[in-house]
Every structure is written in structure tokens, then in C-alpha cells.
Ligand binder design. Structure first.
Ligand code: ANZ
Length: 942
């Protein structure tokens, strides 16, 4: 480690680095160096903006109380380097960072301590901002927002209202204002969702009919209700035995009225537009899977209680359907449950009970607490026979009807036809229950396991005109669908896994809904002028809790306790009336679904974002360009939820004409993680990694031997390293260089504090090239570069440009180190200014403070930020050149220098452009050119 008190007075030590860093950070703030001008509005400067711009964004952080560790800024440094590089290319660059500051931790802390979440949040933001500022990130501070600012969430609420007051026109495949729909309903151009004439309805029914079209709607959906905690829980918060993770209270599956957003209306567009995005293929495929579009058929199996509809992607395998399964919650189950098991029913089918009704009841109880994932993934198949049979529509066979938990109620029709020969889960079930396994595809043995490959169809014909035998999969599916359609027992069906978005939380620290209810319980949206609906002050942040076993209790969120706030008198256009506010808050995803737009116009008090500013910063540039932020960097953990929600909101805003871009993020990049060693003691408990000592390859904590592991850096593994410490011991520039040098940005990399010094030494050598460590004198002199110098320099510039442009900062560092080493060796005393100035410019995106300092020492006023990035001469990149003879009619007349690997054409061109040769052949005809690569050129002239 460097020590400020030793060594020469002008050495680049941690102490000096810290001084320089503070100086330049102050300079940048005082001069608004990174303030990017807008075309219009508060942030416009009246100047003509460069058309070339860059809008670069990081996934913004939650301001946690623990602050940052060195893993967090990896992406922030990379985007800063990229932003700085692009400023030097002359672009107008928008880069800032805000805070995703609503959420549970601040609220839980408030419940424990009574400290208002705003107090905690503000303190955490201040601390994180201090940490980030110390890294020298070139952010436009005017554009930083926190989702908890009323001026921010006012527009979150406003966007909610736009979505609420819109409906999805299936024909036009886009959202339209609800007034358009109402007009169509009034004129009869359109009917209600259930087919009724709008004008025949009562006022209340009309309200309801319109609500059914809205992109935001109230729906009864199944949730995990925990009366003991007084809140609804996410699936991940419920233990395997159906209790709350926190507090261990019983949890009940309950139908509750909740706000939903109709993201499913956009399924096709969300899928199709993925093609337009410059995103990692992995993330695109995760989104495709999440949306889960599958084409198949809905098929009816006749039963004593009417048709049982199933959804299948393989209608071609219908002849192999040997039983049916309904989800235990399916609405036909009770009706289909027979009074008694007739005749010799297989004992395995009855769940140990005597009657189907008893078996159904016992089974439902047994599976009540299982999550959907568990239900689907469990290899030990369970289920119950209902005592009833249905008819296979192609074969006419009677097939037994079961309920089983591997069929989910929320997908397809909640019922399946089972084809155990060719579906793994059906095979497991059929094997457990001794059901027939009928192969209908050639090419596999189905006794042990399902054959899920492709093969020609067999055993697949009936005497009613359907014959699939010999056909391949695609053809057979089409033929089967056509036959089903023709017989009126099935039709083609497109099915999606994507569900509508549950949009309400029974919490305090979130955006209140801009919704009130009248005395009849009818919801009304508030007019724009009443925004923001601010969170009221309350004393107690706990939700109202109930008797833990009272399954019939209804959630009453913390906001319900603020009765003065809940009960309001408003004039919503019908005179003053009493209303009750909605007491839910929005989920944490809300603010992050549109923050990219607020960065563009953060101080606009008239609009969420002016469209001219939006057009400049995110508008499409060319026909197949969806527009959006030019580069968005963050972790792959946000591949689906956040990135689907923000795409959905953005598309609604696009449809309604508020933005010109179709997508929020044109290009996405997932950075890797910083990992580090972690240590566990004999009990398997993590011990603080910083206090572990190594002796001969073994590790000790407080004298006790501990076990070394490796994992993502963080609080839970007790292996976090604070950036503050590294910046103090080496300087922020060293930290930046080290993080960028560790490896390719998209891969995970191990942190090693002991290696940081390597990056520090590189910056020390750079410093030494320009500044005499003993005297502080600037060493650059105005001499010409040698040919070798020029080659080294231009090769470095070319390589570094290419690498910066592709976020390959690790190889930038490698090339700069090589160049610094070359100069150090070549010029032990004084280095040519023309060799070192471009170096300082090239270093500046990576290590901006030291670059600014050296730049000013070299005699340049102001900041290096907008200095044009050095350019290179292509000719100097040529690795090796050779001198070749040029002959005219067999006689050597000149020698020219060409690249060793020059092509015949290049050699010819070089020969013809030589002055002496040109003279000699003037007025003559070159009838033939013979060029031997690397050897000679001969011109045959007449
Ligand atoms: C018969 C069949 C034969 C199937 C075969 C598959 C293979 P994806 O692609 O995910 O849409 N399925 C339908 N609804 C279900 C539900 N609610 N719960 C569990 N499984 C359900 O999957 C569709 C396939 O999953 C459907 O096609 C159905 O099984 C099953 F060789 O029908 B298949």
C-alpha cells in the first residue's frame, strides 16, 4: 500500500489522489460540466443541439441503509466511462442516476422504530449520493429523481390515470382513450363485453360495462391472505406448510378485490417488438418464455355434465388421450364428482376414501398450501378419480376423469387431456395410477418414460374421416384442428402464460392511488389538478392485523387508519360529495416503469415529459428503430418483471400519443457481478471476511479455522468491501481502473483488494511521465515523435477507440498500460508532448480526475471533458512495410514502400503513384502489370 508520508514530495499517492479528486469533483459541480441541454423547457439553453446524442442509463438503486459495496458501482463506472468517451466524440450526453426509493425495508424499519420512512429514505439517499459522488461519476445532477418525491410520483399517478382511462382496441391492436369507447357504445357501433346493448343499461351497469374495458381494473383474484400480519403476501413469503415466513402465522388462499393492469392485451406486441431490440438474446428468450405464447387447440370432451374444455398444444396426439385431469379448483369438479365409486375401481384412484366426494375433499385439503411451482415440479404425482368418464372426441373411447394438482387452474382452461405416451408429467401420473399408455408416435419405447421426440403418427385414425397415420407433427396438428373445427368439437387457440399485473399492495410506503369511491362503492378517478395525492402522515405503519385464524377477515392497509385522509369531500363535477379514498398503494415496480422519461424532463411541472425533449433523447432514428434509451445497463435479475412492466407502460404512452418511441430501452446490457471469498465457521455461519487471516493456505478467524467459499459480494455473505475504503487507500481513479480492468464487463469477476495496487501503480507511472516526482516540474517537451512513437501511439488510439465503443474497458486498460510502459522505457527523462497529451485524453474516461489534473499541468485551461478524442492515421497502423522494386519492362526504375501483406492492387497503385515511375510512363500505355506480393512489381509498357 502507498504511504503519503514516505517517498518523493510529488509522487501520485493516495493522499495526492484524494486531493486531486476533491478538487475536480468540486470543479465539475461548480461548472455544471455534465449538464446536458434539452431542446425545450427549463433545461434548454437556446443553443443548437448536436444531432448526435447519447442517452445512457443505469438501473437505479434502492437507497439501502447499508450503503454501497464495491460491487454496486461496476455498472455505474462502466456507463460513466462510456458517457465520457462519447462526450469526447462530440455527442450531447444525458447521464444521471436517481433512486428507486419506495419499498419495504424503510417501512419495516418504521414499524420497528417509528421513524418515518421518508426520514430513513432521505438519510440513505444522502449517504449513497456521497459515496457515488466520490467515484467521480459525471452525472447531470439536475436530472436525478427519487420515486418518493411527490413531484415524481405525481406523474406516476398521472400515468396510472392515463392507463386507467384507456382501453385496448383489439382491431387496431392499440390503447385508445376511454372516451372513444364510450362514444362507440353510445352510438351502438360497439356492444358491451358481454354483448349487451349499452343504452339499455342502468347508470350503474353502464359504469360497470365501461370498467370492464379499462386497462386498469378491479378483479377478484386469489391471493395469500395472512390475517395475523394483516397483509397479503407474495408466494415467496409463504412457507411450504402454508404459514407466513415472518411471524409464522397461518396464510389463507383467498379471493380478494385487487387492482390489476391489463398487460396481457399487449402480449403479441411485447413479443413481436423484441425483434427490434438490441438486447442480450438470453433476456429476450426469458421474456418470450414469460409471455409464453403457445398455439394449439381447445377441444371439448363430452361428459354427463356437458363438455369439458381442454387446451392442448398437441391436438395431433388426441388418439393417445387415455384419461383427463381437471385442476382441483376447476368449476366443474363438484358437478362431475359421482355419488359413489361404481364397480372395481382401482384403489390407487380413490385417495384412500370411500366416496368420490370424500376423496375430493381430502385431496383438496392435502394440497391447499402448495405453491404453483411445487405443484408443477413434484415428480410424485397425486390425484383423485371423480368416478366419472368423458368421451374422447376422436376415438369415442370413455376415459376416466381425475383431479390432480399438476394441472393449474390459472392456465389454459384448467383442464387437460392426458397423453401419457408422449408427455412426461402424464407418464408419471399414468405410471403411478396404472392407466393405459397408448403410443401414437413412431420411434420410441414408452414403457419406461414418455417419448417426446418427433415421429410419424401411428394408431391415429377413425372411421369418421380423420387419418393422421404417417404424418409428421406440423401436418398432423393442422389436420386435427381442421377436423375438430369441422365437427364443432374444437378450434384453434392461442394461449399465453403471461398474467395480468396485480397492481395493489396493502402497505404504507408506496404511491397512493388517485382513485376515490362514492357512497355506492363505484370507483372514480381523480382529475389531473388533484395530483399528487400525497401520502398522509400516520403514527403506526403496521397494517391492521386480525385474529390469526380469522380467514374471513378483510385486509385493511395502514392507510385505512388515516381516517381524516380517507374520508374526503370533493367536487368531481357533480357538486361536493363525500368520497372514500383507495387505501392501497402501488407496487414498487411503478416508479421504475417510467423513470427513463422523467430523466429527460425532470423539472417539467406541466407535463411528465415534453414530447420534443422525448423525441430528441429517445425518438426513433430510422424505420426499424423502436427508439428508446441508447444504452441501459443493469443486472440480469431484472430480465422479466421490471423490463416487461416498463415496456408495457411505454407502449401505452406511445399509443396515446405522449411519446414518439415505441420502446423504453433500445439497447440493454447486463453487467456481471463482483464476487468475493466468504468464510464460514464450524457451524456454517458466515464470519466477517475482512477479519480472516491466511496462514499457509488455511484460514483463521479469531484463532479458529474457517472454511473458504466464493460468492456474490454482499451483506449476507459478510464479504462486502466498501468503495469508501478503497478510495481512501488508493484514490477513486484507482478503484475505477481496477473495476474496469478486472475482466469483460458482462462476466462475473472475483474481487481481490491486494490486486488493487496494480492499477494504482499504473496511474503512478502515468503521473511520472508528466510530473517530476521530486520537483513537481512538468516534463513534457516539444519534440517530434519518432516513427516508432507514432506507430505505438496510433495503434493505441485505434485499439482504444474500438474498445471504448464496445464497452471493452478491460482491454482499454491493457492497451494503455502497454503504451505507458513503452513511453516509460523509451523516455526515462522527458517525454514528447505529442506522445503524452493524447495519452492523457485517452485515460480521461477511465480515470477522469488524474487526467484533468495532468491536462491542466500540461497547460490547458478548463476541463478535458469535451476535448475531441484523439484520432489515428490508418497508414501508421500498418504493422510491417517492405520496400519493393518497381520495374518497367524488366528494368528496376524505382523502389516503393508497401505493407508486407499488401494486395496486388495496392502494390500496383503504390507503383503507379511513385513520382519517378509516373514520369517514365507518361504518354505511354501500360499494357500489363505483374505484381508478386511482397516481392516486386513489373510494368509492361508500350
Ligand atoms: C396434450 C399433450 C400431449 C400436451 C403432449 C403436451 C404434450 P404450453 O406449451 O406450456 O402452453 N396443459 C394445458 N393446460 C394445463 C394446465 N392448466 N396445467 C398444466 N398443464 C396444462 O403447454 C401446453 C400443454 O400443457 C398442453 O398440451 C397440456 O398438455 C398441458 F404430447 O395436451 B398437452
Amino acid at each position: 500500500m502507498t504511504n503519503a508520508t514516505e517517498g518523493p514530495a510529488f509522487r501520485y499517492t493516495a493522499g495526492l489522489a484524494n486531493e486531486i479528486e476533491q478538487k475536480w469533483q468540486r470543479y465539475w459541480v461548480d461548472n455544471g460540466t455534465f449538464n446536458a441541454p434539452n431542446p425545450v423547457g427549463d433545461l434548454a439553453t437556446g443553443e443548437v443541439l448536436p444531432e448526435d446524442k447519447l442517452n445512457v442509463q443505469d438501473m437505479f438503486p434502492y437507497p439501502s441503509g447499508a450503503g454501497l459495496h464495491v460491487g454496486h458501482p461496476l455498472g455505474y463506472i462502466a456507463t460513466d466511462v462510456y458517457a465520457r468517451y462519447n462526450r469526447m466524440l462530440g455527442k450531447n450526453v444525458l447521464h444521471t442516476l436517481g433512486y428507486d426509493s419506495f419499498g419495504l425495508p424503510a417501512e419495516q424499519y418504521a414499524i420497528q422504530t417509528g421513524t418515518h420512512p421518508r426520514t430513513t429514505t432521505e438519510a440513505n439517499i444522502a449517504n449513497m449520493t456521497r459515496q457515488l459522488d466520490a467515484l467521480g461519476l459525471g452525472h447531470d445532477r439536475r436530472r436525478s429523481v427519487a420515486t418518493t418525491d411527490p413531484e415524481f410520483y405525481r406523474w406516476t399517478q398521472w400515468i396510472f390515470l392515463q392507463i386507467y382511462n384507456a382501453w385496448f382496441d383489439e382491431e387496431q391492436q392499440k390503447a385508445r382513450p376511454i372516451e372513444d369507447l364510450v362514444r362507440d357504445l353510445m352510438t351502438g357501433a360497439r356492444t358491451c363485453k358481454d354483448g349487451r346493448e349499452f343504452l339499455s343499461l342502468t347508470t350503474e351497469e353502464k359504469h360497470k360495462a365501461i370498467d370492464e374495458f379499462r386497462l386498469v381494473y378491479l378483479s377478484d383474484s386469489m391471493v395469500n391472505w395472512c390475517p395475523g400480519l394483516g397483509t397479503v403476501l407474495a408466494n415467496e413469503e409463504v412457507t411450504a406448510d402454508g404459514r407466513s415466513e415472518r411471524g409464522n402465522y397461518p396464510v389463507f388462499r383467498k379471493r380478494l378485490r385487487q387492482w390489476m393492469m391489463r398487460i396481457t392485451a399487449y402480449s403479441d406486441r411485447l413479443l413481436e417488438d423484441l425483434e427490434l431490440l438490441d438486447w442480450p438474446e438470453k433476456v429476450k428468450s426469458m421474456q418470450r418464455n414469460w409471455i409464453g405464447r403457445s398455439r394449439g387447440a381447445q377441444v371439448a370432451f363430452a361428459s354427463p355434465e356437458g363438455p369439458i374444455e381442454v387446451f392442448t398444444t398437441r391436438p395431433d396426439t388426441l388418439f393417445g388421450a387415455s384419461y383427463m385431469v381437471l385442476a382441483p379448483e376447476h368449476e366443474l369438479v363438484d358437478a362431475l364428482t359421482a355419488d359413489a365409486y361404481e364397480g372395481g375401481v382401482d384403489k390407487r384412484w380413490t385417495f384412500g376414501e370411500n366416496s368420490p366426494a370424500e376423496a375430493v375433499a381430502a385431496y383438496r385439503q392435502a394440497i391447499a398450501a402448495k405453491s404453483d411451482v411445487e405443484r408443477q415440479e413434484n415428480k410424485d404425482k397425486t390425484g383423485v378419480f371423480l368416478g366419472t368418464y368423458a368421451t374422447n372426441p376422436v376415438s369415442g373411447e370413455q376415459v376416466p376423469v381425475f383431479i390432480a394438482d399438476y394441472v393449474l387452474t390459472g392456465y389454459g382452461t384448467g383442464a387437460i387431456m392426458a397423453v401419457p405416451a408422449h408427455d412426461e408429467r402424464d407418464h408419471e401420473f399414468a405410471s403411478t395410477f396404472g392407466l393405459p399408455i397408448l403410443p401414437v408416435l413412431e420411434g420410441g419405447d414408452v414403457t419406461e418414460e414418455a417419448f417426446t421426440g418427433d415421429g410419424a403418427h401411428i394408431n391415429s385414425a377413425n372411421d369418421d374421416g380423420l387419418d393422421l397415420n404417417g404424418l409428421g407433427k406440423g401436418e398432423a396438428i393442422e389436420k386435427a384442428i381442421a377436423w375438430l373445427q369441422d365437427k364443432g368439437v374444437g378450434e384453434e387457440k392461442i394461449q399465453y402464460k403471461l398474467r395480468d399485473w396485480l397492481f395493489a399492495r396493502q402497505r404504507y410506503w408506496g404511491e397512493p392511488f388517485p382513485i376515490v369511491y362514492d357512497e355506492n362503492g363505484q370507483a372514480h378517478s381523480l382529475p389531473e389538478e388533484m395530483l399528487p395525492v400525497e401520502l398522509p402522515q400516520i403514527e403506526d405503519y403496521n397494517p391492521v392485523s386480525f385474529d390469526p385464524d380469522d380467514a374471513d377477515s378483510e385486509p385493511a392497509p395502514p392507510l385505512a387508519k388515516a381516517t381524516d385522509w380517507v374520508e374526503v369531500e370533493l367536487d368531481l363535477g357533480h357538486g361536493k360529495q363525500k368520497y372514500r379514498r383507495d387505501t392501497n398503494v402501488m407496487p414498487q415496480w411503478a416508479g421504475s416503469s417510467w423513470y427513463q422519461l422523467r430523466y429527460i424532463d425532470p423539472t417539467n411541472s406541466e407535463e411528465f415529459c415534453n414530447i420534443e425533449n422525448e423525441r430528441y433523447w429517445t425518438g426513433p432514428r430510422g424505420e426499424n428503430d423502436p427508439g428508446g434509451v441508447d444504452l441501459y445497463v443493469g443486472g440480469v435479475e431484472h430480465a422479466v418483471l421490471h423490463l416487461l412492466y416498463s415496456r408495457f407502460w411505454h407502449k401505452v404512452l406511445y399509443d396515446l400519443g405522449f411519446v414518439t418511441s415505441r420502446e423504453p430501452y433500445r439497447r440493454l446490457y447486463n453487467q456481471g457481478y463482483i464476487q468475493a471469498y466468504a468464510y464460514t465457521d464450524a457451524r456454517g455461519v458466515y464470519v466477517p471476511a475482512a477479519e480472516v487471516e491466511e496462514k499457509d493456505g488455511r484460514f483463521f478467524y479469531n484463532g479458529e479455522e474457517v472454511n473458504q467459499e466464493y460468492g456474490k459480494m454482499g451483506k449476507s455473505l459478510k464479504n462486502a468491501v466498501a468503495p469508501d475504503d478503497i478510495a481512501r487507500d488508493f484514490g477513486a481513479d484507482t478503484l475505477r481502473v481496477y473495476e474496469m480492468a478486472m475482466g469483460p464487463l458482462d462476466t462475473s469477476r472475483p474481487w481481490a483488494t491486494k490486486d488493487v495496487v496494480g492499477s494504482h501503480r499504473f496511474l503512478q507511472r502515468l503521473w511520472r511521465l508528466v510530473v517530476d516526482e521530486e520537483t513537481g516540474e512538468v516534463l513534457a517537451r516539444n519534440t517530434e515523435l519518432t516513427e516508432d512513437d507514432a506507430k505505438q501511439l496510433h495503434r493505441t488510439i485505434a485499439g482504444v477507440r474500438e474498445d471504448y465503443g464496445h464497452l471493452r474497458d478491460n482491454t482499454v486498460v491493457a492497451k494503455l498500460i502497454e503504451y505507458v510502459n513503452y513511453l516509460t522505457k523509451t523516455y526515462p527523462n522527458e517525454v514528447p508532448r505529442a506522445a503524452v497529451e493524447p495519452l492523457v485524453q485517452m485515460v480521461s474516461p477511465l480515470a477522469p480526475h488524474i487526467a484533468e489534473e495532468l491536462w491542466s499541468k500540461l497547460g490547458h485551461p478548463g476541463t478535458i471533458t469535451f476535448e475531441p478524442f484523439p484520432t489515428f492515421d490508418e497508414a501508421l497502423l500498418v504493422d510491417d512495410t517492405v520496400e519493393i522494386p518497381v520495374q518497367i519492362n524488366g528494368k528496376v526504375r524505382a523502389r516503393v514502400r508497401v505493407a508486407a501483406d499488401a494486395s496486388r492492387e495496392d502494390m500496383e497503385a503504390a507503383a503507379l503513384s511513385d513520382g519517378r515511375i509516373a514520369e517514365l510512363i507518361e504518354g505511354k500505355n501500360v499494357v500489363k502489370v505483374i505484381a508478386v506480393p511482397g516481392r516486386m512489381v513489373n510494368l509492361v509498357v508500350k
